[in-house]
Design a protein around this ligand. Structure first.
Ligand code: B12
Ligand code: SF4
Ligand code: SF4
Length: 346
């Protein structure tokens, strides 16, 4: 079984990119240690716990020789948040709009591994991950030629841009590796200049504790007061550093009607007020099997309350005063509602 055969099958299964990286020592793998020591991981303690394994895929699969890296475009034909001047809109990062990518992509990878096993006619080791394993996915993707790690730290493909989910199959097959992708950021600094919180503290370095994606998704408890106003109308995640990137300027392909990445109705183009007025049961049903499921209704409400306060939108603030759903009484959510109303009242 050859690398071109695997790539052809990956394309049939719906992957947009497929490349092979050797299971080697790459200098970028070493940056994780320093990043952790600087405290940039915040509460994401699982990163430190698994740092040793994240340093090399051979700590995960000792016999590993190749990493089959896969990229899946999740962009849909909807405007970027940076094109929308309406501060009353509830912004949700586009990766989270549709079905849970962990499930969709894991199924495609399982099908690819099953095909490889049948084709190889011999047993081999293979471990497939999509954002689920102790692997520095961007580094392997870069060495597999899928794209370069940009100054915003996202993997950017020169033809397709960076709206890509990354996943990989670590295996002990000897496959022809691809040529690593070359950095094409040049003198551009648009992502650093546009980040709402200055989280890109230097080119190629994101301090997660300041990133809106961390503050609105990863943080389980209260959002630190000093970061609340900079959240603006970002209700879940953030896309700004990718939206301003010139490599994402090309229009999205027309949406396939059966695309798993299309937004769910509850979250599609909603205002902060509309989202707040959505009953808990409806929010819960819409989060099911979506990428947003892990945050749950409680954390979503926490974020939307902050958006109401930070945006100062009158309809959103009225909604905050009027709606009384069970999760509004949760002490953590209630504290964020209180903060928003106090800010509005000056
Ligand atoms: C933790 C994590 C986060 C954290 C930290 C992000 C970060 N930049 O590190 C938070 C919660 C903030 C986050 C946010 C997002 N994430 Co995230 N996240 C991860 C996760 C689980 C681990 C990443 C990690 O190891 N970070 C630690 C640091 C050290 O890594 P890094 O920034 O990637 O750093 C590399 C570069 O800086 C590189 N480097 C290259 N050249 C140079 C030069 C110098 C001088 C230096 C110092 C470094 C350097 O070295 C590092 C090597 O690891 C991965 C999945 C995985 N297992 O890999 C997904 C992943 C990176 N996330 C992903 C996505 C989609 C997002 C968001 C876009 C979601 C959103 N819209 O809200 C944002 C993007 C924010 C951003 N600009 O990074 C995708 C990225 C796909 C892509 N095209 O790159 C991944 C790969 C998940 C997936 N399987 O698709 N994420
Ligand atoms: S996702 Fe948003 S907050 Fe995070 S680094 Fe990019 S622009 Fe900054
Ligand atoms: S915005 Fe510019 S500097 Fe940032 S990742 Fe894109 S090309 Fe690189």
């Amino acid at each position: 079984m050859t690398a071109p055969e695997i790539k052809a099958r990956a394309a049939e299964l719906g992957f947009d990119l497929c490349g092979i990286a050797p299971a080697g020592d790459f200098k970028e793998l070493g940056f994780l240690r320093e990043w952790l020591e600087r405290g940039y991981a915040g509460e994401m303690s699982y990163l430190a716990r698994s740092a040793e394994r994240r340093a090399d895929v051979r700590a995960v699969v000792p016999s590993a020789t190749s990493v089959i890296c896969l990229g899946t475009i999740y962009n849909t034909d909807r405007p970027y948040s940076t094109e929308m001047s309406d501060r009353s809109a509830a912004l949700i990062a586009r990766y989270a709009w549709g079905d849970d990518y962990h499930d969709v992509i894991q199924q495609r990878m399982d099908a690819l591994v099953a095909w490889m096993r049948e084709r190889a006619g011999l047993d081999f080791e293979a471990r497939a991950y999509v954002d689920t394993g102790p692997v520095q996915e961007r580094v392997y993707a870069q060495y597999a030629g899928l794209g370069w790690i940009g100054k915003n730290t996202c993997v950017i493909n020169p033809e397709l841009g960076s709206w890509l989910f990354l996943s990989e199959i670590i295996c002990n097959l000897r496959l022809e590796p691809d040529v690593p992708a070359l950095d094409q950021c040049g003198t551009c600094t648009l992502c650093l200049d546009s980040c709402p919180t200055g989280a890109i503290v230097a080119p190629y370095v994101v301090d997660a504790t300041r990133c809106l994606s961390y503050l609105t998704i990863e943080l389980k408890g209260a959002i630190p007061i000093e970061h609340r106003e900079s959240i603006g109308n970002h209700a879940y995640g953030c896309d700004v550093c990718q939206e301003v990137c010139p490599w994402n300027a090309q229009p999205a392909d027309a949406d396939a009607p059966d695309s798993p990445w299309l937004p769910r109705a509850t979250f599609d183009g909603r205002s902060i007020a509309e989202l707040w007025r959505t009953p808990d049961v409806e929010l819960r049903a819409s989060l099911k099997k979506s990428a947003m499921t892990r945050a749950g209704v409680r954390r979503l409400r926490r974020n939307v309350a902050v958006c109401a306060g930070a945006s100062g939108d009158a309809n959103a603030l009225s909604a905050l005063r009027e709606v009384d759903e069970p999760t509004c009484d949760d002490p953590m959510v209630a504290e964020h509602i209180h903060w928003a109303l106090e800010l509005a009242d000056g």
